[in-house]
Design a protein around this ligand. Sequence first.
Ligand SMILES: Cc1ncc(COP(=O)(O)O)c(C=O)c1O
Length: 444
Amino acid sequence: MAQTLVCGCHARNHRLKSVPPKLKPLTIMAGDKDKLDINTQLVHAGGHSDPPVGLPTATPIYASSTYTYESMAEIDQVFAGDKAGYIYTRYGNPTVNAFAEAMRVAEGGATACAYSSGMAALHAALFACELSPGAVVLASQDLYGATTNLLQTIFGSFGIKTITADFSNLDVVRAQANEYKPRVFLAETISNPLLKVCDIDASAEIAHAIGARLIIDNTFASPYLCRPLQHGADIIVHSATKFLGGHADAMGGVAVSGDQADSMALVGVMKLVGGVLSPWEAHELLRGLKTLAVRMDRHCENAAALAEHLVNHPHIGRVYFPESGAAEGRAVAQRVLRGSRAGLVSIELKDNTREAAFRFMDALKLCVRSTSLGDVFSSVLHPATASHRDLPPARRQQLGINEGLVRVSVGIESIADIIADIDQALEANSGSVSLGAHQTARPH
Ligand SMILES: Cc1ncc(COP(=O)(O)O)c(C=O)c1O
């Protein structure tokens, strides 16, 4: 299905079909450039050249903020929405649209729109649910901290109330739904950092029974491990900054809806709020998508091997992995995730203190102390001082995010090297080997 580009310079919102449009080669100033003054030549020489003979096999980076046409009549038609065409990159860009379209297909959606970050995508998805003052959002208690902040701070200031529930306890979700009648449910496929898998089918059923919509943040799974629309979700959101890009060099986000009618709102937020994905980043993300399947297979294979290695390790108190929880959780993981797998493992040190976690992380030589996840290299993060820093300690403890908890985003390196690095850091941490962070050679 073709993505819809909404052209909105006018008060009327027109929908233009078939993106990208077939642009005619421009002939502006062709042939005259040799006769122009040097000041003019420098500005115009090389501009508006004809498209190359032979189609590029990779999606080109359309690094242009504006677009021109042969005549004012044509521009007028495009502005009026009577003719397909790009106007201004905040309203649409061929490289950005190619990424959004790739994600629409990968998620099996009806429409998609890309943004400058995962947060911008979340904002757009929530906006598409037409929340008005007094409306309630039922959010997973395990959401990424900034998402909860977005709900409470930005949407809260418009009179929208957020309540939270443990989405792994469906009785609580059902009870909250019946009591507060939320308009929107918001959860993550795989929660951060305890890697609980959301029962999307059951959550969608509860939401739809009261006329609510279910937004799923699929960042930790990617469409390779889970396609939430197939499990009943209404809108999918990604931080493309993570597994989709996969190389820690691009930031972006995308929202994919199963309902074409959401296109107007999703594109409208892009145009009017302006959290636009850059064509350069879109190119990086498109390239990332091409290797997503092979990277995810290796991430997951390595993560499963690491989890298995650590589960009986003398310095580890607990290992979190989708397959490691109670039987009920394992059944959900098997239904929701391809191969019941994930590319991350969270570990709680036996010495469950911040000092021990920092010592362990400082002793790592290969795994990078990073503030993100989903990259080709293995990385570690300390949730209590990073993603969940803003929570009061008592609340963190209630959620099971203890001081000795470390989240490992398992990379695609040799698993033997990853295990060796983690083992030596655990040994160093236990005091039997003396290694300092200053002695380590880091890849990043
Ligand atoms: C699950 C999840 N959703 C959304 C976001 C926000 O994405 P971004 O940083 O691209 O805005 C993050 C960032 O870490 C995340 O982990």
